[in-house]
Design a protein around this ligand. Structure first.
Ligand code: DNO
Length: 358
């Protein structure tokens, strides 16, 4: 298992590589190139430079997060082949710089949704929060504006400006698409890219839908164990895997997160885990809490035990953190609370190792 943190290059992050290097037990970062428009090839020279920068700080760049999928692929349009070709070229470039895991998602139009990016918690910290009725009241175009205005000057992953222009039309397009058609489009993509994943030794890791329930009539696909099983069967290669995000899946109280972690880790299909906790006010209203079990609804010992006993040997990131100690940073991605979360998760991992042996 390797503990990493998400990091945004080219000055688009308040957190520095030097700071990340000083968090005990953190060996690398999940990097990205948000400035490359969706559908374009991630240039080898830029990736090489990025790897050198990260390596120069004593960290690894084995995970890349959010090589976003062009909407035409999700829609199944004839132009998808061109975008898939570009995706494969990007994978070849990632393979050339030693990337081992690629986290992506197949959510239509919007990546993740929250009603607040700085909801005040009782202890004076702030966190991302979700109130179902508020999210429903905002149409997706409005929510995009809200997300942007609250991002305190940082780009928000998944809310790239180029997507926003086409949003209204995309929304309409999906209203007419059947869930099976959407699944077929996913299979078409997987069957095309998995051979490139095998060739480059890059494990593909799809991120679950966040939240894991339907919004605005859009197809939602990866939200529970049954859908994950169906997804993994679409292409049975071990290179077709999952980013097991405990916060996204855990938003639904119907999901048994320790069991999900155990089942899919045992099957060898979890190259990457995002591990965080949530506190629910009702089944569809929650705040992103501190990582500790007592701060949220997930029993983090049992969650981590599920991964451990399932033989998980991928990458973990503490996912999001609250904003604490007056930090000013990209919502969810400050230094302090993620560093605390990483130490807690590493502590649980060490204890499990000593108790259970490995
Ligand atoms: C949100 C992130 C997601 C994730 C993408 C991967 O906090 O976990 O934006 O990076 O879904 O493409």
């Amino acid at each position: 298992m390797k503990m990493i943190l998400r990091w945004f290059p080219f000055g688009d992050d308040s957190v520095t590589l030097e700071q990340i290097r000083q968090i005990p037990g953190v060996s690398g970062v999940a990097a990205c190139l948000p400035e490359v428009p969706v559908g374009e090839v991630w240039p080898l020279e830029t990736l090489t430079g990025l790897k050198e920068e990260i390596g120069g700080a004593g960290l690894e760049m084995e995970v890349i997060e959010s090589v976003n999928i062009h909407e035409d692929i999700k829609k199944g349009l004839p132009s998808r082949d061109r975008y898939i070709e570009n995706y494969i070229k990007t994978m070849d470039n990632l393979g050339a710089v030693g990337v081992k895991c690629l986290c992506y998602n197949f959510m239509p139009v919007i990546d993740w949704a929250r009603s607040s990016l700085a909801f005040p918690l009782e202890d004076g910290s702030t966190a991302l929060s979700y109130r179902h009725s508020e999210v429903l009241e905002m149409n997706p175009v409005k929510i995009a504006g809200v997300m942007d205005s609250k991002a305190v000057g940082y780009s928000l992953p998944g809310w790239e400006p180029e997507r926003m222009g086409a949003m209204a039309g995309d929304m309409e397009f999906y209203q007419k698409m059947s869930p099976d058609e959407y699944w077929n489009n996913m299979k078409y993509f997987l069957d095309a890219v998995i051979p490139a994943a095998v060739k480059n030794d890059i494990r593909m890791a799809i991120h679950p839908d966040d939240p894991p329930w339907q919004l605005y009539g859009l197809p939602k696909v990866i939200g529970n164990a049954e859908n994950i099983r169906r997804f993994l069967k679409l292409n049975d290669s071990p290179y077709n895997g999952l980013t097991l995000c405990t916060g996204s899946l855990g938003a639904s109280l119907d999901n048994d997160i320790p069991a999900i972690a155990r089942e899919f880790s045992s099957a060898g299909r979890v190259p990457f885990a995002h591990i965080r906790n949530l506190h629910h006010h009702s089944p569809k209203d929650f705040d992103e809490s501190a990582h500790l079990s007592r701060c949220g609804d997930l029993d983090m010992f049992e969650v981590v035990r599920g991964f451990y006993e399932g033989g998980f040997d991928g990458y973990i990131r503490p996912d999001h953190g609250r904003m604490i100690w007056g930090e000013k940073a990209r919502p969810g991605y400050g230094l302090y609370d993620r560093a605390l979360g990483s130490q807690y998760l590493l502590g649980l991992w060490e204890a499990l190792g000593k108790l259970l042996g490995r």
